[in-house]
Design a protein around this ligand. Structure first.
Ligand code: UDP
Ligand code: MG
Length: 344
C-alpha cells in the first residue's frame, strides 16, 4: 500500500471516529431522558399582567413536587396589549423552565392552545388559564389520573365561582354537548386539563374548538374522564369572552358533531333527515289526493297540501346535499385519516 493510500485510510478512520462522537451512547440517552421535561404546562393568556407573577410562583412549587423538577411552562401570549409579556420575560430570566410564545396579534384561545401544544415536549401536557381561577395544586391529581391510564383528564369545576349569567347557560351547554357527543362529562370547557402527549399531537384545535376538546379526543378513540377540581373567582382583570360565546359555542358544537360523527358519512346525516322530510310530505299529499279523488274536498281548500309539497322539496334537497357531501368525502385527503394506536 502506498503511503498516500495509508494516509487516506487513516483519515477515513479519523472521520469515522469523529462521527462516533455524535452517536448517542445508551447512558447519554438516559441522560437526555432525564433532562427532557416530564410535564409541560401550556397557559394561553390575554392581558393578564396582574395574575402572572403569583401564578408562576404557585406553579414552581407544585411542579417541583409533581415532576421532580422535570417540567416546562409555556406561556402563550395571545396578543396582549398590557405588560404581560414583560412580566413573562422577567419570570423567564429567573427560571428558564418558563418559556413563552408571543403572537403578533390576538388569535383566540384555541390558536394559543394549538401553538402551545406544538411546542410542548413533556410526556404529559397540562393546560390551565392564566387568571388564577384554576388551581396549580390540582396538577398532581390530574397527573395521577393520567398515570391510571386515561389519555385526557378534564377538571370539573364542581363548585364554580363565576356569575350566574355564565353558570346557567354553561350548565345547559354541557348537558347538550354531553348528550349529543356521547361523552359523559359535567364540564367540557374547563381550562384545566391534562393530556398524554399523543393526544395533543393528534388534536386539531382551531376556531373556538377549545370548548370541545374532550369530545374531539373521545371521537378519536382516546380514553377521556374528569375529576372535580377547586375553582376560584377571578381576582384581576375581567373575562375575555362576552355573550357571543354562546352563539359561537352552539355553532362550534354543530361543527364538532358533524366533523366527528358524520365526517366520513355525510349521506347518513342528510339522507336520514331528507328521507324523513320527503316521506312525511309524500304521506300528507297522498292522503289529500285520496280525499280529493273521493270528491271530499277540493285541493285548493287544503293549506296542508303546501306543507306536503314543501316537505318533499326540502327532503329531496337534503338527500342531494348528502350525495354531494359523499362525493366530496370520496375525493378528500382526510378520508383515510384513522387513528392507529399500535402496530406490530
Ligand atoms: N384567553 C386567550 N385569548 C383570548 C381570550 C382568552 O388566551 O382571546 C385566555 C385568558 O387570558 C385566560 C383564558 O384564556 O387565561 C380563559 O379566559 P377567561 O378567563 O377570560 O375565560 P372565562 O374564565 O371567563 O371562561
Ligand atoms: Mg377565567
Amino acid at each position: 500500500m502506498t503511503q498516500e493510500l495509508v494516509n487516506a485510510e487513516g483519515q477515513k478512520k479519523e472521520k469515522n471516529n469523529k462521527n462516533a462522537r455524535f452517536v448517542r451512547k445508551p447512558h447519554q440517552d438516559n441522560q437526555a431522558r432525564r433532562d427532557s421535561p416530564f410535564i409541560s404546562v401550556v397557559i394561553p393568556l390575554l392581558n393578564e399582567e396582574e395574575s402572572l407573577p403569583e401564578l408562576a410562583l404557585h406553579l414552581e412549587n407544585e411542579l417541583k413536587k409533581a415532576s421532580h423538577n422535570r417540567y416546562e411552562v409555556i406561556f402563550v401570549d395571545d396578543g396582549s396589549t398590557d405588560d404581560s409579556f414583560s412580566v413573562i420575560r422577567s419570570i423567564n430570566q429567573r427560571n428558564r423552565r418558563f418559556k413563552a410564545i408571543r403572537f403578533r396579534r390576538n388569535y383566540g384561545k384555541s390558536a394559543a392552545l394549538s401553538a402551545g401544544f406544538n411546542a410542548a415536549q413533556g410526556l404529559i401536557v397540562i393546560t390551565m388559564d392564566a387568571d388564577l381561577q384554576d388551581d396549580p395544586a390540582e396538577i398532581q391529581n390530574l397527573v395521577k389520573k393520567i398515570k391510571e391510564g386515561y389519555d385526557l383528564v378534564t377538571g370539573w369545576k364542581k363548585k364554580r365561582h363565576d356569575p350566574l349569567t355564565k353558570k346557567i347557560p354553561s350548565k345547559f351547554f354541557n348537558f347538550i354537548t354531553s348528550i349529543a357527543s356521547g361523552v359523559k362529562l359535567h364540564d367540557f370547557n374547563s381550562g384545566l386539563k391534562a393530556y398524554k402527549r399523543v393526544v395533543v399531537r393528534n388534536l386539531q384545535v382551531y376556531g373556538e374548538m377549545h370548548r370541545y376538546l374532550p369530545a374531539l379526543a373521545h371521537w378519536q378513540g382516546f380514553k377521556v374522564t374528569e375529576i372535580p377540581v377547586t375553582h376560584h373567582a377571578r381576582r384581576y382583570g375581567k373575562t375575555k369572552f362576552g355573550l357571543s360565546r354562546f352563539i359561537k359555542g352552539f355553532l362550534d358544537l354543530l361543527t364538532v358533531l358533524f366533523t366527528t360523527r358524520y365526517f366520513k358519512r355525510p349521506l347518513h346525516f342528510f339522507g336520514t333527515l331528507g328521507t324523513l322530510f320527503a316521506l312525511s310530505g309524500f304521506g300528507i299529499d297522498l292522503w289529500l289526493t285520496i280525499e280529493w279523488f273521493m270528491k271530499k274536498t277540493a285541493l285548493s281548500n287544503r293549506p296542508l297540501a303546501l306543507l306536503g309539497i314543501a316537505l318533499i322539496i326540502v327532503g329531496v334537497q337534503l338527500i342531494s346535499m348528502g350525495l354531494l357531501g359523499e362525493m366530496i368525502t370520496k375525493n378528500s385527503l382526510e378520508k383515510a385519516n384513522y387513528q392507529i394506536s399500535e402496530r406490530l
